[in-house]
Design a protein around this ligand. Structure first.
Ligand code: ZN
Length: 311
């Protein structure tokens, strides 16, 4: 058998996915465990490592069969040192996650930001396969980004490349969890969208779940007010993306995250609006591609398992 097996761990804000992934990106098996916010980083990592060990055993494998361990976190991590620098969703600051994982697993473990791993997975196996350079924008609870240049993950000198969600859209705007005001993700993430909809039309959400999906269901059913509101939020998103494209000049922008499946209400309008808000020197050629991601919610886990291919 030519295929090797590695472990991908995707630590999310509420759930952690652990999977056994082949070198060609096939998921052999995976488990999902809840994130314990009250636990210390060390206790939590220990729990994740127990799940990893169980998953390996349950598939009649031993640690000797695993060629690589990769971990994704919802925050800023230094892939060279394994240090999680800033991860507000988990309450982690300067946590040496790579070293703690290594202590429990007895092997080297690489750590990276989840949104960069999603971009990496799309690069290897998904919508980014045919591009040398692209930006992957994940629209979910927040807005995450991953930048691929010359088919490598771009971290940036400050290790914060891709933070499009925290680019400032509005001076003195809505407060963001990062401490700043007016960040793009406060306007156009799933959370930002439902918040704006609830403010504008509270009566439409009585006895309905306060989630972005509810907003999209009502819009799909033809609610004109909500269709206009979504259009306005997608305009904000397009401004953020157009600015990033002006700066980086990629071949494509790949939209991932829970809301990327709304082709009619998000992807198609973005195709028009990003060009509208972009700089004439690139928009006049109309060459920028805007694509829907292909790998779905497993992308960060797959990207984590295959992170060794970025070295
Ligand atoms: Zn922010």
């Amino acid at each position: 058998m030519d295929e090797t097996i590695s472990v991908g761990i995707d630590i999310g804000a509420t759930k952690t996915n652990v999977g056994l992934v082949t070198s060609s990106g096939k998921i052999i098996d995976s488990v999902r465990i809840p994130v314990q916010r009250e636990a210390s980083a060390e206790q939590f990592i220990e729990t994740v490592c127990q799940a990893v060990t169980q998953l390996i055993g349950a598939n009649q494998l031993t640690p000797a069969d695993i060629v690589f361990y990769g971990v994704g976190v919802p925050g800023t991590a230094d892939s060279r040192t394994g240090l999680v620098e800033y991860c507000p969703n988990l309450g982690w600051e300067d946590v040496p996650a790579g070293a703690i994982f290594k202590q429990y697993l007895g092997a080297e473990v690489m750590v990276a930001q989840d949104s960069r791993l999603a971009a990496w997975a799309e690069c290897l196996l998904g919508a980014g396969q045919n591009y040398q350079s692209f930006i992957c924008v994940a629209i979910g609870t927040g807005i995450g980004g991953g930048i691929i240049i010359a088919r490598k993950i771009f971290d940036g000198a400050l290790n914060t490349a891709g933070e499009i969600g925290h680019s400032v859209l509005q001076k003195n705007g809505r407060p963001c969890a990062c401490g700043n005001h007016g960040c793009l993700e406060r306007y156009s993430s799933g959370t930002g969208m439902i918040e704006r909809a609830l403010e504008a039309y509270p009566e439409k959400f009585v006895e309905r779940p306060h989630q972005a999906e509810t907003l999209f269901e009502l819009a799909h059913a033809g609610d004109e007010d909500l269709l206009r509101l979504i259009r306005s939020m997608v305009e904000d998103l397009a401004i953020g993306i157009a600015n990033a494209v002006s700066l980086l000049s990629p071949e494509a922008v790949i939209i991932s995250g829970g809301l990327c499946t709304h082709e009619e209400l998000i992807i198609n309008p973005l195709r028009e609006l990003v060009n509208q808000y972009g700089y004439h020197a690139w928009t006049r050629k109309r060459q920028l591609k805007i694509e829907q991601a292909q790998l779905g919610p497993a992308a960060p886990m797959i990207g984590a398992a295959l992170l060794y291919k970025s070295r």
